[in-house]
Design a protein around this ligand. Structure first.
Ligand code: ADP
Ligand code: MG
Length: 447
């Protein structure tokens, strides 16, 4: 029993004591399933493509073994040059990854740098000049520094692409290919996402050999901890429904996703007119504004954050009461990431989706991606007339009646050729049933 408990601890994962102490200090005791599985693979130096659902702890799963390899004995590092390089598709995720990596890296005496677009490069240049061991960057800014020879990708021993499939959605694939081609073949490469799509696998296979596939969950599986509700609503009533949901459910911290930047501004304005404390996050906001808004939301100074899908990837916001999809995202698997901002690390989460009759086709497509239908909630004050009258948006599925098969101890025995009893098969079951039907008028009527 005691041995089993010890095996479930981080200490069983052969990480150096400085990292283990730091984990302990931050309140992490037991590794999550993806950490248990991935840490030994990466410690052995393998390259891997990893899919595990949102909120399952992928960040520490790649970070800890890479940091350990850079400084396994936790002795002072003599030369600072880029050894670990982590790429994130968005600035917000890059900032979050940097915040997680920094204390662990510094505990090992390693220097870190965050390189993100938006500001002037001068600050980043001087940090890089002094030498850094661990870099977290967004693709465009990363490439600028590489081209200016501030970073030598040949020295990078460990390279991570977080939320890899978003690189395709954001048109960053050519950046990624250029970066891959600058690196040595021997370097360890890790590709991560909850939705590892076939084109990501194809790209990875082209540049990384050998490549291990680590699949904790099928790509795109939504965490079971999330409860979903679907609200059919007249399009012009969406803002009113949103406000009603926030107040009637007493939501103190809620992330609202919309497809378009302009829509984010409009929805935020409507909510503000009803006195909600609202922030806006989308690609056209100034860098500093984006940073300030997210911080205010994290700290609870803003109750509602209205964001486009740039906030759907990787963000870990504690105590989020709910995610509300104001609409269905352009890219279907973004739905998985949007709702994955809640129900993280085993905690319960709530996701609500508003859908107007104009979006039914997209909803049908989404159901195909999800493989199941979302529970409908028909609110008389908001649902379109026809749906209200019917009582549902999609016809509830009828349960198929199972054929009545004889129980094992059925008195009708089946004999083999030699006349001995043998095990009954499904086919026998139907034969027996037909025989019974022929005898019983009651069973004959039931078809
Ligand atoms: P993912 O990248 O898989 O979406 P994250 O790495 O962002 O997930 O982690 C999700 C949450 O789980 C974070 O709040 C993180 O602090 C927490 N977490 C990570 N590892 C552990 C662990 N071993 N024990 C408890 N919580 C953890
Ligand atoms: Mg992540």
């Amino acid at each position: 029993m005691a041995e089993k408990e010890t095996n479930n601890r981080f200490s069983a994962l052969k990480l150096n004591s400085v990292l283990l102490d730091r984990l302990h200090k931050e309140g992490y005791n037991d590794p999550t399933p993806v950490q248990k599985r991935l840490i030994p693979v990466l410690l052995a130096g393998s390259s891997a493509i990893v899919s595990a659902q949102t909120g399952s702890g992928k960040t520490l799963a790649f970070l800890l073994p890479l940091l350990h390899q850079v400084n396994p004995d936790a002795v002072p590092v003599a030369h600072h040059y880029t050894k670990i390089f982590i790429l994130s598709p968005t600035k917000e995720l890059a900032q979050q990854l940097f915040g997680i990596a920094k204390p662990f890296a510094e505990a090992l005496g390693l220097r870190t740098a965050l390189l993100q677009g938006g500001g002037r490069r001068t600050g980043e240049n001087s940090i890089l000049k002094r030498g850094v061991d661990v870099v977290v960057a967004t693709p465009q800014r990363a490439l600028e520094h590489m081209e200016a020879r501030h970073i030598d990708m040949k020295s990078v021993k460990h390279f991570v692409v977080d939320e890899a499939d978003m690189m395709f959605d954001m048109g960053f694939v050519s950046y990624l290919e250029t970066i891959f081609s600058m690196m040595t073949e021997r370097s360890q490469k890790v590709i991560v996402s909850a939705t590892v799509t076939p084109r990501v696998v194809k790209l990875a296979k082209g540049y990384i050999k050998p490549l291990k596939r680590i699949e904790l969950d099928p790509p795109g599986k939504i965490a079971d901890t999330i409860t979903h509700e679907l609200f059919p609503v007249v399009r012009s009533q969406k803002e009113a429904l949103l406000s009603w949901l926030i107040s009637s459910r007493n939501l103190k911290r809620v992330l609202v996703f919309v497809r378009k930047k302009e829509l984010a501004d409009g929805v935020a304005e409507a909510l503000r007119s009803w006195d909600y404390k609202v922030g806006i996050l989308h690609g056209e906001r100034m860098h500093q504004e984006r940073k300030k808004t997210l911080l205010a939301f994290r700290e609870g100074r803003i109750a509602v954050l209205v964001a486009t899908d740039i906030a759907a990837r990787g963000l870990d916001i504690p105590e989020l009461d709910a995610v509300i999809n104001y609409d269905i995202p352009h890219v279907k698997h973004d739905f998985i990431h949007r709702v994955g901002r809640t129900g993280r690390a085993g905690k319960e989460g709530v996701a609500m989706t508003l859908v107007s009759p104009e979006e039914i086709e997209q909803l049908v497509d989404l159901h195909k991606v999800l493989g199941e239908k979302i529970k409908e909630v028909i609110l008389p004050d908001f649902a379109p007339k026809a749906i209200k009258a019917r009582g549902y948006l999609f016809q509830p599925q009828r349960r198929k009646r199972k054929p009545v098969l004889p129980k094992k101890e059925n008195p009708v025995s089946v004999l083999n050729k030699k006349g001995k009893k043998r095990k009954t098969t499904k086919r026998d079951g139907f034969k027996i049933l037909d025989a019974k039907k022929a005898k019983s008028p009651k069973l004959r009527k039931r078809k």
